[in-house]
Design a protein around this ligand. Structure first.
Ligand SMILES: Cc1cc2nc3c(=O)[nH]c(=O)nc-3n(C[C@H](O)[C@H](O)[C@H](O)COP(=O)(O)O)c2cc1C
Length: 200
């Protein structure tokens, strides 16, 4: 039985295309793997704090030496890492805002990036420890970034692929609802995205 972690980072609630696309991906996963369980984490609703000096310092103190205050400061990070490690499949809703991912998704990434836990250092440099996961990205954007004149500004999927790969999540497939603000494209953009979904 598989377990899915669905990360939501849209600020558009019921109108969100990345949430709809994420749900369409989850539906297809559940068709393929009946009995799959789902945990949904709305990163916008929970208002993850930015990384700050105290949290960063605490990341590097051995667990048994932490004060109660320090333990509390990394409670969210510990919980987020636990949720991530418990998942077989991670579905990431990645709406494009101002050329990149929403700050809530970046904040989540900052909190799950823990030396000694989610990555380490080997003889040849950093080694990702979050292995054996499948990642699906549900990206949504007003413009078209997978091809054409905006391709040079395609930062969301390449960034997620590079960084999650650094942590060991090298098996990533992205589906895009794109051109949602392009007059001649927007009408069919969502349908096209849903039809492009395949579960491997
Ligand atoms: C604050 C904000 C910034 C945006 N910036 C961009 C942008 O830089 N490029 C673009 O193509 N679309 C941009 N859009 C359009 C979104 O990509 C589009 O609304 C998409 O549906 C967002 O995903 P969501 O529906 O899941 O929230 C922006 C939308 C908002 C609300």
């Amino acid at each position: 039985m598989k377990h899915i972690l669905h990360l939501i980072s849209s600020i558009q609630g019921k109108e969100s295309y990345s949430i709809k696309l994420g749900h369409a991906i989850i539906e297809k996963i559940q068709e393929k793997y009946p009995g799959t369980t789902l945990e949904e984490l709305n990163l916008v609703d929970i208002q993850i704090p930015h990384l700050n000096p105290a949290v960063l310092r605490t990341f590097f103190i051995p667990k048994e030496q932490l004060s109660e205050e320090e333990k509390e400061s990394i409670r969210f990070s510990d919980q987020a890492v636990k949720q991530l490690l418990a998942a077989d499949i991670i579905v990431i809703g990645a709406p494009l805002y101002n050329f990149t991912i929403h700050s809530s998704l970046k904040a989540w990434i900052d909190h799950i990036t823990r030396a000694g836990i989610t990555f380490g250092y080997g003889e040849n440099g950093p080694v990702g420890k979050v292995t054996g996961k499948k990642v699906y990205v549900a990206m949504s954007s007003g413009g078209i970034f997978s091809e054409g004149h905006n391709k040079d500004n395609d930062f969301v999927v390449p960034y997620l692929k590079a960084f999650l790969g650094f942590l060991g999540m090298t098996d990533l497939t992205a589906f895009r609802a794109e051109g949602l603000k392009v007059p001649e494209v927007k009408e069919h953009a969502m349908e096209k995205a849903i039809n492009s979904i395949y579960i491997d």
